[in-house]
Design a protein around this ligand. Structure first.
Ligand SMILES: Cc1cc2nc3c(=O)[nH]c(=O)nc-3n(C[C@H](O)[C@H](O)[C@H](O)COP(=O)(O)O)c2cc1C
Length: 438
C-alpha cells in the first residue's frame, strides 16, 4: 500500500447537478424532499468510505432552471440536510455551503459549530461569496459587492468566524462539580471583531468541537478567488477539464498558499469527475450516450445560456452553434470559461454542431471530465490521476441518485483499495483526522 491515500467526496446536488438530466434518469428517485433519500445517500457514501458528502447552496430562483429540473430547482436549507446526513452516519464528513453574503457571522459560526458538535467533529464549511443580482433580491438591505471587494469582505468574514470558533480555550469548560465552576470566563476571549465591512462581538456560547472547529472548503477560480482559497482553504474543490490544467491550478494554489505563509502541503485539492460505469466498456459508452437523450434541446440550451451568460431566448435550435455564438455573444462572453472550454471539448465538431447539440453536450457534465469504463478501468484512471500528483482526491458528480454513489462504491472503490490508494477503513474519528489535517 502506498502511503499517500486519496480522498473522496460525493456531490449531493439534487434533483440535477452537473448532469442536467439526473432527475429524468430512469434509476433516479422521485422522493427528493423527504429524509429517506438523504439517509440512503449518507449510508451509501459511508459504506464506500467517502470522506464527505458535499451540500451546495444557492438562494436565488431561476424559473428556467425550475422548469427543467436543473440544479437548485429545489433547494433545502443546507444545514438541515447536513443534520440529517450526520444523524445516520458516524464517520462520513459533511460539507455545508453557506454564503458570507447573506448570513451574519454570528449565526453562521454558531450553526456550523453546533453541527460540528452534534456530528462528533465531522463538518466542513464551503465558504462562498454570492455574486449576481439574482442572489440579492431576497436581501434588499445587503449591498451587492463584486470582484476583489467581494473577496476582501470574505477575508474579514472568515477572520470573524474563526475568532468566534476559537474564543474558548480547549479547557474552558471545567465542569467541576465540587467547586461549582462550570466554565471559566478567564479562559474565554471576547473577540470583539471590527473590520471595514463587518463587526461581531462574540463569543459564542460554545466551546471547541471534537475537531476544534469545522474544516474550511473553498472553490474560488478567479485569481482573487484562488488567493482567498489558498489563504483559508483546508480543502479546495476544482473543476478542470484536463489533468494538466489541474496540475497547473495546484501549483498556482500552492504558490499562493506559501505566499500567505501557509504550509502548502496541508491543502487537499479535490478534482470533480463524473464517472460513468458499465459492466463492460461498451456498456459504459452506451450509458454515456444515453445520458444525452435525457436532456431536451430546450433544457440544454437554457442551461448553457446561463453559464455562458449569453442570452439565447428564442434561438433557432437547429442553427449552427458557431453562428449563434457569433451573433449573440459579446467579446467578453466568448472568453467566458463555459464557451472557451466547450469549444475545446467540441474540437473539430465545433463547426458542425447545432446550438441544441452544443447545449446538450455542455449539460451532460457542465464541463466536469467524464471517466467512462468498467469499475476497474475507472479506478485505474483515477489512481493514475492521483498518483501523478495533480489532485489529492476526487469529488464524484453523480448522473442519477442515489444509484451513482452505490455503483461507485461497489464497482470502483474495491479496485481503488486493491491498488492501495484508498482506505479500507476510516482511520480517524473526525473529518479533520480523516483528511490528515488534525
Ligand atoms: C465544485 C464546486 C462547487 C461549488 N459550489 C458552489 C455552491 O454551492 N454555491 C455557490 O454559490 N458557488 C459554488 N461554487 C462556485 C465557487 O464558489 C466560485 O464562485 C466559482 O468557482 C468562481 O470563482 P470566483 O468566485 O473566484 O470567480 C462551486 C464551485 C466548484 C468548483
Amino acid at each position: 500500500m502506498t502511503e499517500r491515500q486519496l480522498f473522496l467526496g460525493g456531490y449531493v446536488l439534487f434533483p440535477s447537478g452537473h448532469y442536467a438530466g439526473a432527475w429524468r434518469h430512469p434509476y433516479s428517485t422521485r422522493d427528493w424532499l423527504g429524509r429517506d433519500f438523504l439517509h440512503q445517500t449518507a449510508r451509501t457514501l459511508e459504506a464506500a468510505k467517502f470522506d464527505l458528502a458535499f451540500i451546495p447552496e444557492t438562494v436565488s430562483h431561476n424559473p428556467d432552471f425550475t422548469r427543467h429540473g436543473h440544479s437548485n430547482s429545489i433547494k433545502h436549507d443546507p444545514a438541515q440536510v447536513a443534520g440529517q446526513i450526520a444523524a445516520v452516519t458516524t464517520h462520513l464528513g459533511v460539507g455545508v455551503t453557506l454564503s458570507t453574503s447573506f448570513n451574519e457571522p454570528y449565526n453562521l459560526a454558531r450553526t456550523l459549530l453546533s453541527l460540528d458538535h452534534l456530528s462528533g467533529g465531522r463538518v466542513a464549511w464551503n465558504v462562498i461569496q454570492s455574486h449576481g443580482p439574482g442572489n440579492y433580491l431576497n436581501f434588499p438591505h445587503v449591498e451587492e459587492l463584486s470582484g476583489a471587494e467581494l473577496y476582501d469582505r470574505g477575508d474579514e468574514y472568515v477572520e470573524a468566524v474563526l475568532a468566534l470558533w476559537r474564543a474558548w480555550e480547549a479547557d474552558a469548560l471545567v465542569q467541576d462539580q465540587e467547586s461549582g465552576l462550570f466554565a471559566d470566563p478567564a479562559r474565554i476571549t471576547v473577540p470583539d471583531y471590527r473590520g471595514k465591512y463587518l463587526a461581531v462581538r462574540g463569543p459564542l456560547n460554545l466551546p471547541p468541537s471534537p475537531q476544534t472547529h469545522p474544516v474550511i472548503i473553498q472553490a474560488g477560480d478567479s485569481q482573487r478567488g484562488r488567493t482567498f482559497g489558498a489563504r483559508w482553504g483546508d480543502v479546495i474543490f476544482a473543476i478542470e477539464r484536463t489533468r494538466a490544467d489541474m496540475q497547473a491550478k495546484k501549483d498556482d494554489l500552492k504558490g499562493k498558499a506559501r505566499a500567505a505563509g501557509r504550509d502548502a502541503d496541508r491543502i487537499r485539492l479535490f478534482a470533480a469527475v463524473q464517472p460513468i460505469i458499465g459492466e463492460t466498456k461498451e456498456i459504459a459508452l452506451a450509458r454515456r450516450d444515453f445520458l444525452r437523450t435525457r436532456i431536451t434541446p430546450e433544457s440544454g440550451v437554457r442551461f448553457f445560456s446561463h453559464f455562458a451568460r449569453v442570452d439565447l431566448a428564442g434561438v433557432d435550435l437547429d442553427a449552427r452553434y458557431v453562428d449563434v455564438i457569433e451573433e449573440r455573444a459579446t467579446d467578453g462572453q466568448t472568453e467566458s470559461r463555459a464557451i472557451v472550454q466547450l469549444d475545446e471539448l467540441l474540437g473539430a465538431r465545433r463547426d458542425r454542431v447545432t446550438i441544441a447539440e452544443a447545449g446538450v453536450e455542455f449539460s451532460t457534465s457542465e464541463l466536469t471530465p467524464q471517466v467512462v469504463g468498467t469499475g476497474e478501468e475507472i479506478a485505474e484512471e483515477l489512481a493514475a490521476y492521483f498518483t501523478s500528483g495533480a489532485a489529492d482526491g476526487f469529488l464524484i458528480t453523480p448522473t442519477h441518485f442515489p444509484g451513482s454513489f452505490e455503483e461507485f462504491g461497489r464497482a470502483v472503490v474495491p479496485h481503488l483499495q486493491r491498488l492501495g490508494v484508498f482506505r479500507t477503513e476510516y482511520t480517524g474519528a473526525t473529518l479533520r483526522e480523516n483528511l490528515g489535517l488534525a
